[in-house]
Design a protein around this ligand. Sequence first.
Ligand code: KIV
Ligand code: ZN
Length: 512
Amino acid sequence: MPGKIYIFDTTLRDGEQAPRIHLNPKEKLQIAEQLARLKVDVIEAGFPISSEGDFQSVAEIARKVKGPVIAGLARAVEADIRRAWEAVQYAERPRIHTFIATSDIHLKHQLRKERGEVLEIARRAVSLARSFTEDVEFSAMDATRSDVDFLCQVFEAAIEGGATVINVPDTVGYAMPHEFAELIDQIRKRVRGIDKVILSVHCHNDLGLAVSNSLAAVQHGAQQVEVAVNGLGERAGNAALEELVMIIDTRGIYLDVQTNINISEIARTSHLVSLLTGYPVQPNKAVVGRNAFAHESGIHQDGVLKERTTYEIMDPQKLGFVKSEIVLGKHSGRHAFSERLIQLGYKLSEEELARAFSRFKSLADRKGEIKDEDLEAIVANEIKITTELFKLNYYQTLSGSMVKPTATVGLEINGRMVQKAAYGDGPVDASFRAVDEITGIRARLESYSIDAVTAGKDALGEVTVVVEVEDLTTMGRGVSTDIIEASILAYLNALNRAVEKKPELGKLSQQE
Ligand code: KIV
Ligand code: ZN
C-alpha cells in the first residue's frame, strides 16, 4: 500500500502574503470551499493575529468549511496562539500552527535571542497550543540555514511540548534537493519521538527548487507537504500544489506514495485562485498553464491525433480541463445559467446569481456565444465585493489623433447619480480622472494590465489594476467586451475595496 502524503494548502496564508494580493473574506471563503472540493488535507486559512479581517476570515472558514483540518498561524507568542485558537476553535478539526526561527542569522538580527531562550519559547508555545487543541504543528523558520544540532534539539523540545506535526521550512528557498534530503534523513535519525509525529516540509521557490526539494523530502520520508495553488507565496512563492500532486499521481508507483487529492478539481481551483487574486498563470506553467496541453508542431499534433499518450503524460480531462457541450447564449434562461455555474463549481447567493445573470444577459446580447471562461470572469466579478458604494451608470469617451481625450462618467452612489467630465492622456486616463472627480478619492494607479479572456474579436477584455489610496493598496478587476468599460469597472472595483477597508474614504463622495 503506497504511503499517504498529506497536502497542506497555504494559499490563503503564505499565498496571500504575495505582493498585492488582497483577498476579502468572501473571496477567501470561496477559495477555501474550492480547496475542500479539491480534498486537500489541511487548509491554512490565515494568520489570525495579523489583522481583524484575517481573524474574521479564519473564523468564518473554520465555521463553514467541512472536511479538511483548518489551521491558523501563530508566532510562538502567547497572544498569537490564543488568537489563533479563538479563530480556529469552530472547525471540525482545528489546528494551531506555531513557529519560531532557529537559524543564527535570524536569532542574531531579528529575534535578538540566544539559542537556549528559543528552545524554551518553542517548548512553551507548543504546550500552550496543546492546552487548546490536540493538533499542533511546530515550524522552525529558516530550518535549512540552521545549525542541525540546534535544529534537532528544538524539534525535540517541540515534540516534548506536545507537537503532533513537525515542519521543516526552507524559508528562503536556499536548499538544494540532495541537501534537503540529507537534512530530512538527519532529523529522522536524530530527533527523539519524530516517528510519533507527522514530518512536514515547506519549501520556497527562490531558486526554482521548491517542488524538487519537496519531492526529495517525500522520497526521504516526509509525510506532509505544504504547497500553494499556482505556486503563490512570499517572493518567488511556495511549491505549487498542482505540480507536486501531479508528480505523485503520474509517477506514484515509482515513488510509492499517494495523495487524497481529487485531481478533477485542479483546473477549476487554479482558475479560481488566479481570477480572485489577480495573479495570471504563466502560459507555459507546468500542469495548469494554457499551453500545458497545447501541441503546436506538426509532428506533435500528428502524434496526439493518432494516440494522445504519444506526447501527453497526463490526461487534461482528468484534471478538469473539459469543455462544455452546452452553449450558453442570449436565449439561455436562468436555469441553464445557474446549472452551468454549479457544474463549474460556483455557489452563488440568490442576490449574486441575479446580478451575475443580468451581466450574463447583457454580455450575451453583445457577444453571442458565452464560453466557460466568460462565465467565470462574470462570476468572479460578482463574488468579489461585499459593498459596492460606487456603481457605474454610464460613460462616454472621445479620443483620436486630433482631439484631446475626454471622458464623461456617471456613477450611482447610494441611489444618487453623480456625473463629471475630465481630460486625460487617453480615454482610460480621462475616465479614471472623471471617477476621481466624483469620488474625491486621490488614488495613484500603480499598475494596469489587460488580457483577453477568450479568443476572437468579440472576446471579453479583462483589466486588472492596482491602486494606492493613502496607506492602502488594493487590486481591482473588471471585464467587458469594451476595454474602456472594463478599465472603469476595474478602477471602481479597486476603489470600492479601499472603501470597504476604510469607510471614511467614501465620505467625500456622499457630501451633496
Ligand atoms: O516560510 C516559512 O518559514 C513560513 C513559516 C511560517 C512556516 O512560512
Ligand atoms: Zn513560507
